[in-house]
Structures are given as structure tokens and as C-alpha cells.
Ligand binder design. Structure first.
Ligand code: FPP
Length: 236
């Protein structure tokens, strides 16, 4: 059992992992090395988040706009996604964790789609932790997808709950804390519906340099935030 380090923790944390390219450039390295370093950081930070007891973690790893990057960079990222999802590595890295992919991952090469499907299948009965991995993800597209599915199902009127139930994050609490590294202060189409009340945190640190100390600093900041949801009292 972990000692209690924080009085209050997010239930669901989102990471917009930004700054890999700049990290590599500042060292005179190719961008692909920034992404490899970013993946190492990602594995550590996801593990730490789960160990702290944060049950839901969402990652923005590849947006629908990222297809505009050079082919070689896209291929490098696809290779990393494949490695990450292949075989038993996901299950070993994150025991008791369900993999949930946000985004139309069928647009990736077959080998990646197969690896993803296999891991989703292997982890589908896990209930302790959930990792939402955004690849070929767009928050606005997610809402459009939800609305189209609702229409297909013959509904003629919706509520917030109905829309919630058609999103990738169906059944999950909304992210109460979103961290975007590298000093950029935008959501860039990440969880556009779910982030309505999220606390946002924008450290200047480039993603590959984000570490345990930085995470704890972020969580200390979250502890101080007073989440009122438009009311005058903080939610318990
Ligand atoms: C943003 O940094 C990062 C990405 C678009 C890719 C993130 C991918 C990884 C960390 C690697 C693999 C992840 C998984 C889940 C296997 P950027 O390239 O936009 O950085 P820049 O703004 O400094 O150029």
C-alpha cells in the first residue's frame, strides 16, 4: 500500500505529451529520438499515475492532424505504437489495466490494428485501471461520431448522459486534471466534451523531461485547485 502523499487526487488524468521534437532539436538529435525518449517517459508516468491510485489515464499520442507530418516521422511513430501494443508488453507494463483506444485506429497499418485488437481483447475484463490511448484522435470528431451513432440508433432527442454514453470514455469519470507539457496552453482538440470542467496545467517542461518530481508538483497544484463547477462550494 502506498503512503498517502496527497489529500486529493484526480480520478482521471489526461496527458497531452508535447515537446518531443523540441527536446530532440535542442540536443541536435532527429525528431524520432525525441519520440523514443517521450515513450520512455510515458511508460514511467502512466505507471506512477496508476501506482498513486489514479484509475483512469488518457493519453493524446497522435491527433488526426498529425498525419500532416513527414512520412518518416509518422512511420517512426507507428513503429513505436506497434512495439508498445504488441505481444504481452502492455499487460506486463500495466497489470490489471484495460486498454481503450480513442480514435479510429483502423486507419493505421494492419499490423498495428491487429496488435491493438489483440491487446484490447486480452485486457477487456480488467476493471482496476483504464488507459485511454488517443491515436488518430480528434475530440470534435469523437462528438460527431457519437451524434451519428445516436441518429443511427433512432434517437430523436439527446441529453448529456446520452452523449456521454456514445463517447470513447463511456462509463468513465471525466478527466478532472489535464496536463500539457512544453508550455503550450491549448487543448488542441483533446477530449472536447469531457474536458468541460477539467483543471488545466501547463508546465514548461518538454515531455521527455517530465518526471516523478514534475508529476508530484502538478498533483500538488491540483490539490490546491478549488473545483466549484459554477457553484460556490467545492465538490467533495
Ligand atoms: C508531440 O510532440 C508528440 C507527438 C505528436 C507524439 C507522441 C508520441 C510518443 C511519445 C511516442 C509513442 C507513444 C506511444 C503511446 C507508444 P511534438 O513532436 O509535437 O513536439 P514539438 O512540439 O516539440 O515538435
Amino acid at each position: 500500500m502506498q503512503e498517502k502523499k496527497f489529500n486529493k487526487l484526480p480520478k482521471h488524468i489526461g496527458y497531452i505529451i508535447d515537446g518531443n521534437g523540441r527536446w530532440a532539436k535542442s540536443r541536435g538529435l532527429p525528431r524520432s529520438m525525441g519520440h523514443s525518449a517521450g515513450l520512455k517517459t510515458l511508460k514511467k508516468i502512466i505507471k506512477l499515475s496508476f501506482e498513486l491510485g489514479i484509475r483512469y489515464v488518457s493519453i493524446y499520442a497522435f491527433s488526426t492532424e498529425n498525419w500532416n507530418r513527414p512520412d518518416s516521422e509518422i512511420q517512426g511513430l507507428i513503429d513505436l505504437f506497434k512495439k508498445y501494443l504488441k505481444g504481452n508488453s502492455f499487460v506486463k507494463d500495466y497489470p490489471n489495466t484495460k486498454l481503450n483506444i480513442m480514435g479510429d485506429y483502423t486507419k493505421f497499418p494492419k499490423e498495428l490494428v491487429d496488435a491493438a485488437n489483440k491487446t484490447i481483447e486480452m485486457t477487456k475484463f480488467e476493471t482496476q485501471f483504464v488507459l485511454n490511448l488517443g491515436i488518430n484522435y480528434s475530440g470534435k470528431d469523437e462528438i460527431v461520431m457519437a451524434v451519428n451513432s445516436i441518429i443511427k440508433d433512432g434517437l430523436t432527442e439527446v441529453t448529456r448522459d446520452v452523449i456521454d454514453n456514445y463517447l470513447y470514455t463511456k462509463g468513465q469519470p471525466e478527466p478532472d486534471f489535464i496536463i500539457r507539457t512544453s508550455g503550450e496552453q491549448r487543448l488542441s482538440n483533446f477530449m472536447m466534451w469531457q474536458a468541460a470542467y477539467s483543471e488545466l496545467y501547463f508546465p514548461d517542461t518538454l515531455w521527455p523531461d517530465f518526471n516523478k518530481k514534475e508529476l508530484y508538483k502538478a498533483l500538488k497544484e491540483f490539490e490546491k485547485r478549488n473545483r466549484r463547477f459554477g457553484s460556490i462550494k467545492e465538490e467533495g
